[in-house]
Design a protein. Structure first.
Length: 297
């Protein structure tokens, strides 16, 4: 097998400084269920399923049920009900929750990184670096939450104008497969910091760590229903984007999927609120295949 060069030599130095231990030796079993609503794991009601495969070994870890319209509806309802109270918390109060969550992530970096390896096939040192970066991101938005404010502008003739920044509502998040924990953290942290709640759908290829983030948020003191996870393939994402109580959608993934999401949002008057990032080429799966003969642990 040819040696695969990392992105830059600088990144290698940074990784090696950030992560001292390079191996893990432990057994791991997938914890069920994989939906997360109102602060606890719940089973999806959908009849169709998809296999969850460990890309490094090709082992089928389990089958996962697709979340149907009822599952998504229950998650959105939980987020909508929680939004009523969460949006009234002060920014400083919300920030404390996020900072506590960041500390918990750092304390659980081994378990999270190991699960990320199982889910994605990436090496353990990279998974650890990803997880620690998520803790920094959540801590950053926790610090930012207390400083969210409007603007005051003096106008001519003695008049003035001012703006008020208010939470929007329930945000739908759809993540990519290659950075599953980062997708969940990057999308949920700013939404929660601003007083919104979230229903997040991870990629069906990497569904595990988004639920673990929910448990961390819950342990940090986040009220149940503020962060929810629904598992599923493309149809579940379509249901989420089409739900009338979803005020904004944030998406990371391919151009064709982004186009379908944009269409679904436009049909329920969310076109102008859609935030999406399109990755034209994703070659990480090839990397996982090339590294399939290595023992990452």
């Amino acid at each position: 097998m040819k040696y695969l060069r990392p992105f830059t030599t600088i990144s290698v130095r940074h990784y090696s400084k950030s992560v001292s231990e390079q191996t893990l030796s432990k057994s791991y079993q997938v914890t069920s269920p994989l939906n997360f609503v109102l602060g606890r794991r719940v089973n999806a009601q959908g009849q169709s399923t998809f296999p969850l495969t460990a890309p490094a070994t090709g082992t089928i870890l389990r089958t996962v049920a697709n979340s149907n319209e009822q599952d998504v509806g229950e998650a959105v309802l939980a987020a909508r009900n929680s939004y009523t109270s969460w949006s009234k918390w002060t920014g400083f109060e919300r920030g404390k929750i996020l900072k506590t969550a960041a500390d918990l992530i750092r304390s659980k970096v081994d378990d999270l990184a190991y699960t990320e390896v199982l889910d994605t096939g990436k090496p353990i040192w990279e998974a650890r670096y990803d997880i620690l970066g998520c803790a920094d991101t959540i801590e950053f938005y926790g610090g930012l939450a207390g400083s969210i404010k409007g603007d005051f502008m003096q106008l001519s003739g003695g008049s003035f104008a001012y703006t008020i920044r208010e939470p929007l509502g329930v945000v739908g998040g759809i993540g990519a497969w290659n950075f599953p924990f980062q997708m969940a953290a990057w999308k949920s942290a700013p939404a929660l910091a601003c007083g919104n709640t979230m229903v997040f759908k991870p990629s069906q290829m990497t569904p595990l760590t988004a639920v673990m983030l929910g448990e961390i948020y819950q342990k940090a003191g986040l009220p149940g229903g503020c962060y929810n996870v629904v598992q599923g393939e493309g149809e579940t994402g379509q249901i989420l984007c089409s739900h009338p109580d979803i005020e904004k959608v944030t998406f990371t993934g391919s151009v064709p999927t982004g186009s379908r999401i944009m269409t679904a949002c436009a049909k329920v008057s969310k076109f102008n609120l859609l935030l999406f990032f399109l990755l034209k080429k994703i070659n990480g799966l090839c990397l996982a295949e090339q590294l399939s003969n290595l023992d990452f642990f």
